[in-house]
Ligand binder design. Structure first.
Ligand code: BES
Ligand code: ZN
Ligand code: ZN
Length: 489
């Protein structure tokens, strides 16, 4: 795979006036004096308002050739610093800079990390299919975060950790951005194996024959219409003295046409994104291992292509799942829950203490929460809280939704099978889907992240979010793992 290159990042105690770089990104708080650049900036209408970005030539005295002024509020939080760093670096990239220094005045170590993370995430671009990609001479290759704390080893380490997480996010973005014909289940599985090579993460892949032997009727049922067979990829990271065992399960529909319940042309336009959950759990597992966190992680990427054909599963068919339960299929476009169900059963069998699944599961979640917020549902309030806390700390917008009581009877209302796949009513689609998944986790604490909205940005870039795949949930999952470690789980 054509890996997206992120710049190198380091921290330095250099002064903004003497640092050597092509561009200086200078944070200016509302009432701040922008120093030597104040009059030029004022002429350009720069007021230091939060979010404003203005590019000016640097004066004679400076070592940099260009200054990008970025407006900040009086006391910016980590998320504001991430966004400001990203907009600053992107403005610098437009000047074809190769080295960028950032003077955003982080007030403590965590803020240094936030600046580094935002700058790295904002540098991402996907050019694998451009015949004329940006040359190395025209792209940002080095980032220097200026800070008085730069000599503290904890800060240096934290910046290195931010780089690991940013690279993992970029990997998830790359996979989501890859055209679906080039990332069908067997190819995706191969790429996961390749990525895990040389890391402490062990990988095994179940092909269609093995899936048959293992009774994974959900994954097989969804993949039945495609001539590219489904795969189940299992990743396992087992450090020496793990504090706990976390299982991650990802929806990996490499293309969701809807199957025989086919989507409209417009509806399937962006459905290459339907493997974003699998991409996120794999990338997060690799990052957790690279960070050496003492937590056991078992991840399951449930890969299938949802296509209509003479061999496809039909509405009305009944599937026997890994758990042994039977499911009556009503709408082949509600395929995500079917592949996840088998992954959740395997996570329970693996003996995990907690299970998190990540999925672009329902359009209803986008209707409820908008395009930038993921839904969090589950069977354990403490676990949902931990996920929401981790999300908040990383700046990923997530919000809790309930699995309301009436969904239980709706899920078990099939006349001919144990479980009904599809909501009989057109309301609460996200809640019904979660109630369906809950049938497969037993007593294990479980949280479900519906990332249908935030996994893909079909508009212009904003903050550190590029257009296209966003890599959402990678940062939350890694943070959750490190929070569990810190809490001794
Ligand atoms: N992959 C879609 C959900 C989706 C929609 C993701 C929009 C990202 C953006 C999922 O498989 C699907 O088609 N869900 C149906 C479920 C319905 C048939 C019960 C939906 O949301 O309409
Ligand atoms: Zn679907
Ligand atoms: Zn889908």
């Amino acid at each position: 795979m054509n890996e997206s290159l992120l710049p190198d990042v380091s921290v330095s105690t250099a002064k903004p006036s003497s640092v050597k770089a092509d561009v200086l990104v200078l944070g200016v708080r509302n009432d701040d004096d922008a120093g030597d650049h104040a009059s030029t900036l004022a002429l350009l209408g720069f007021t230091g308002e939060k979010g404003q970005v203005v590019t000016v030539p640097a004066g004679e005295a400076a070592k940099v050739s260009t200054v990008v002024a970025v407006g900040l509020s009086a006391e910016p939080d980590a998320e504001e610093l991430r966004r400001a760093a990203a907009s600053g670096v992107r403005a610098a990239a437009r000047t074809k800079a190769t080295s960028v220094a950032l003077a955003l005045h982080p007030a403590e170590g965590d803020e240094v990390t936030a600046v580094a993370e935002g700058a790295l995430l904002g540098s991402y671009r996907y050019e694998a299919y451009k015949t004329k990609p940006t040359s190395d001479d025209d792209r940002v290759r080095t980032l220097t975060v200026l800070s008085a704390f730069a000599r503290q080893s904890t800060v240096v380490d934290a910046v290195e950790r931010a780089a690991v997480v940013a690279r993992a996010t970029a990997l998830a973005r790359d996979w989501v951005n890859t055209p679906p014909g080039d990332l069908r289940p067997p190819a995706f599985a191969d790429q996961i194996v390749e990525r895990a090579g040389g890391t402490p993460v062990k990988v095994s892949v179940w092909d269609e024959k093995r899936l048959e032997k293992e009774h994974c009727g959900g994954i097989l049922g969804v993949g039945a219409g495609s001539d590219a067979p489904p795969r189940l990829v299992r990743l396992s990271y087992e450090p020496r003295k793990p504090v706990t065992h976390l299982a991650l399960v990802g929806k990996g529909i490499t293309f969701d046409s809807g199957g025989l319940s086919i989507k409209s042309g417009a509806g399937m336009q962006t459905m290459k994104i339907d493997m974003a959950g699998a991409a996120a759990v794999v990338a997060a597992t690799l990052a957790i291992a690279e960070l050496g966190l003492p937590i056991k992680v078992t991840a399951f990427a449930c890969l299938a292509e949802n296509m209509p054909s003479g061999s496809a599963t039909r509405p009305g068919d009944v599937l026997t799942m890994r758990s042994g339960s039977t499911v009556e299929v009503h709408n082949t476009d509600a395929e995500g829950r079917l592949v996840l169900a088998d992954g959740l059963s395997l996570a329970v069998e693996a003996g995990a203490d907690r299970i998190i699944d990540v999925a672009t599961l329902t359009g209803a979640c986008v209707v409820a929460l908008g395009e930038r917020t993921s839904g969090v549902l589950g069977n354990d309030d403490a676990l949902s809280e931990s996920v929401l806390d981790a999300a908040k700390a990383t700046g990923e917008s997530m919000w809790p939704l309930p699995i309301v009581e009436e969904m239980k009877s709706a899920v078990t209302s099939s006349k001919i099978a144990d479980i009904r796949q599809h909501n009989p009513k057109p309301y609460g689609g996200t809640l019904f889907a979660a109630a369906f998944l809950r049938e497969f986790v037993g007593e294990t604490p479980w949280a479900h992240l519906d990332i249908a909205g935030p996994s893909f940005n079909d508009g212009a870039e904003h903050g550190y979010t590029p257009s296209g795949g966003t890599g959402v949930s990678v940062r939350t999952l890694v943070r959750l793992a490190s929070d569990l470690v810190a809490a001794g789980a």
